[in-house]
Design a protein around this ligand. Structure first.
Ligand SMILES: NC(=O)c1ccc[n+]([C@@H]2O[C@H](COP(=O)([O-])OP(=O)(O)OC[C@H]3O[C@@H](n4cnc5c(N)ncnc54)[C@H](O)[C@@H]3O)[C@@H](O)[C@H]2O)c1
Length: 289
């Protein structure tokens, strides 16, 4: 896309004369899009005209999100799978290209927490966090290299999802924090290696977003890892799940919603940020400033 085309796309969008949206005709893979932030990303990308590949380890949720997008007039397919399966990234990329002919955007969002105090974290607990937040994004990006490393003038962007735990550390999350810091290094390296092909790569580091990862652990949400249930959520220390003044350190005074933080991911994929790469965008309601 030339600079003039890009400007016209933005102008048209803002004036309402460009109903197809900011990502019209572009193809986006969004991992972990069966629920939570990934689902919101899939929906907003589709509303902006992208052809969306919904993918999640939970096949029924993945299929449902894609079906709902199509029912609402968007265009999506579901390619469910486990990003921890070494063969899945290649299949995800190839099936995407088979369906839509190209790839413009990859949002490496799939992830979860596997908390414990450092002295009690097992090797398994450690390894799986690095595998899901570092190895899987690396493999997906590597599998897409032959479609992205081309001087074709397309709007191309990778967004890797990190966390304030990765930027600042967090009690009980040595494994998760290490992995979420690692993804920042991967992002910056991709930005440096693939910038010459017009591929931008940025990180979003979320603070507290209201999903099952941040709801009370006592609510009982789990994810299965190698047949073992891993509890998700933040322990409140009481059965009711109530937390005293939980947003005291957030200037906006509340958690973010999945829909509003998906907007930050979208922004980093649109031509509005065509000169932004290697950046880490903190989406935190001001927490930690
Ligand atoms: N919620 C927050 O406050 C918060 C804060 C910082 C970072 N994050 C990050 O945002 C991302 C999305 O989290 P969320 O809060 O929407 O959680 P979520 O649990 O609502 O959604 C995550 C999705 O990823 C999928 N997933 C997990 N492991 C997978 C695997 N191996 N293969 C395929 N799919 C898999 C899950 O099935 C789920 O649908 C994660 O990377 C998380 O670490 C979230």
């Amino acid at each position: 896309m030339s600079a003039t085309d890009r400007l016209n796309t933005i102008k048209g969008h803002l004036s309402g004369n460009y109903p197809q949206g900011l990502l019209a005709g572009e193809v986006a893979i969004i991992t972990g899009s069966g629920q939570g932030i990934g689902k919101s990303c899939a929906e907003v990308f589709a509303r902006e005209g992208a052809f969306v590949v919904v993918t999640d380890i939970d096949a029924s949720k993945s299929d449902q999100v894609a079906a709902d997008i199509n029912a609402a007039g968007g265009k999506a397919i579901s390619i469910p799978g486990d990003v921890l399966d070494a063969s899945f990234p290649e299949r995800l990329v190839e099936e995407t290209v088979k369906a839509f002919g190209k790839i413009n955007h990859i949002v490496n969002n799939a992830g979860f927490t596997y908390d414990g105090m450092l002295h009690k974290i097992s090797d398994k607990q450690w390894d799986v966090m690095l595998a899901v937040h570092n190895t899987a994004p690396f493999r997906i990006v590597r599998a897409a290299a032959k479609y992205l490393r081309k001087k074709d003038g397309q709007n191309k962007s990778i967004v890797n999802v990190s966390s304030t735990s990765g930027l600042h550390g967090n009690v009980g999350q040595a494994n998760y924090a290490t992995a979420k810091a690692g993804i920042v290094g991967l992002t910056k390296t991709i930005a440096k290696e693939w910038g010459m092909f017009g591929v931008r790569c940025n990180t979003v580091a979320f603070g507290w977003v209201d999903t099952r990862l941040t709801r009370a652990k006592e609510a009982g949400a789990t994810i299965e890892v190698d047949g073992q249930k891993v509890a998700l959520g933040i322990p409140t220390g009481n059965k009711s799940g109530a937390r005293p003044n939980p947003f005291a350190d957030i200037p906006l005074g509340r958690a973010g919603t999945a829909d509003e933080v998906a907007g930050s991911v979208l922004t980093l994929c649109t031509p509005l940020t065509s000169y932004v790469t290697g950046h880490t965008l903190e989406v935190t309601g001001g927490r930690g400033i």
